[in-house]
Design a protein around this ligand. Sequence first.
Ligand SMILES: Nc1nc2c(ncn2[C@@H]2O[C@H](COP(=O)(O)OP(=O)(O)OP(=O)(O)O)[C@@H](O)[C@H]2O)c(=O)[nH]1
Ligand SMILES: [Mg+2]
Length: 345
Amino acid sequence: MSPTSYQLLHPALSITPSKSFLDWECIVTALEVYLQAYFQKNTPDTLELPFPELPAGHKSGFVSIIGKPNAGKSTLLNQILGRKLSITTPKAQTTRHRIFGIDSGEDYQVVYSDTPGLIRPRYKLHERMMGFINHSLEDADLMILLIAADETFPEDDLMALAQKTQIPKVLVLNKVDAVSEAEALSRMASLASQVDFVAALPVSALKGHNVDTLKEVILQHLPEGPPFFDKDQISDRPERFFVGEMIREQLFLLLKDELPYSTEVEIEEFEEDEQLARIHATIHVERQSQKGMIIGKGGSMLKKIGSRARPGIERFLGVKVFLKLYVRVTDGWKNRDNSLRGFGY
Ligand SMILES: Nc1nc2c(ncn2[C@@H]2O[C@H](COP(=O)(O)OP(=O)(O)OP(=O)(O)O)[C@@H](O)[C@H]2O)c(=O)[nH]1
Ligand SMILES: [Mg+2]
């Protein structure tokens, strides 16, 4: 992974193409020009060094959390961060994007990617979701292969993905609280024999068991390097993204059967001051017949969605929230390029 925010040279420093790159005189002159310009721009009280002071041995890297739907990837990310960032529900395919969760300490920064669960795509939204998994692996330094100990479906595609991914891999067997010790051990042994892992450990993401050990193991396998983001930054996504996710979480928790999979949330208005956030959000559905189900009798379901989502949004933003929800039919959005692009897929 090459950090774009820590490029070695300022863009202003360019060497005229007519000169040879081995023309040291030219390089030295260009450096002098750059340094003069740099120090002129930065008077002593605004001077910022291009490289911040870092403790010796500072580590950093990108870690992708990969697994099947419902394995507990988002729960693990939240547990690692010590706060709720990614939404989690008992329904599969809750996460649809790649979401950065940034864990920083004095001498490290780990940028975790929560990803959608690996499935065989059935429509364009699925294709985009699977694209996010591949994309997250392209620039990762390490892969966490997260497998639920109580999962009974075959994991062949996941193991194949792990086998062809040429970065260090850590096997994490999650939900060990839901199975016996003997079951967990035999599952670990069978999975560990299929792929070359640098480490393997059982965890309970829900209860937090072994998560601190996992963090230590990850740091051991990351390279030394500077942070990629400000140390107080928690994600790459804006607040409004997480607000949309928290509304979508309620759709997954409250709506039955396949209906949540036909919904998408779009934040239309987001105004926040020190006391209040005014948020208008539209819930898109695929068909007219689904609109009534979201609204419910006399608007009861829509009201329930709003009142269940609001406390979490208030905790997240730290202010009171005025939330207005609308429902709109966006014909077959899951399979339309334009709609998907508009929704950030
Ligand atoms: N018993 C138990 N349940 C867990 C554990 N970790 C997660 N879960 C539950 O498993 C369900 C799925 O968790 P998520 O974190 O949403 O799973 P995910 O892998 O992100 O799922 P997708 O986003 O759909 O791919 C939720 O109901 C969690 O509470 C665990 O360690 N033990
Ligand atoms: Mg998830």
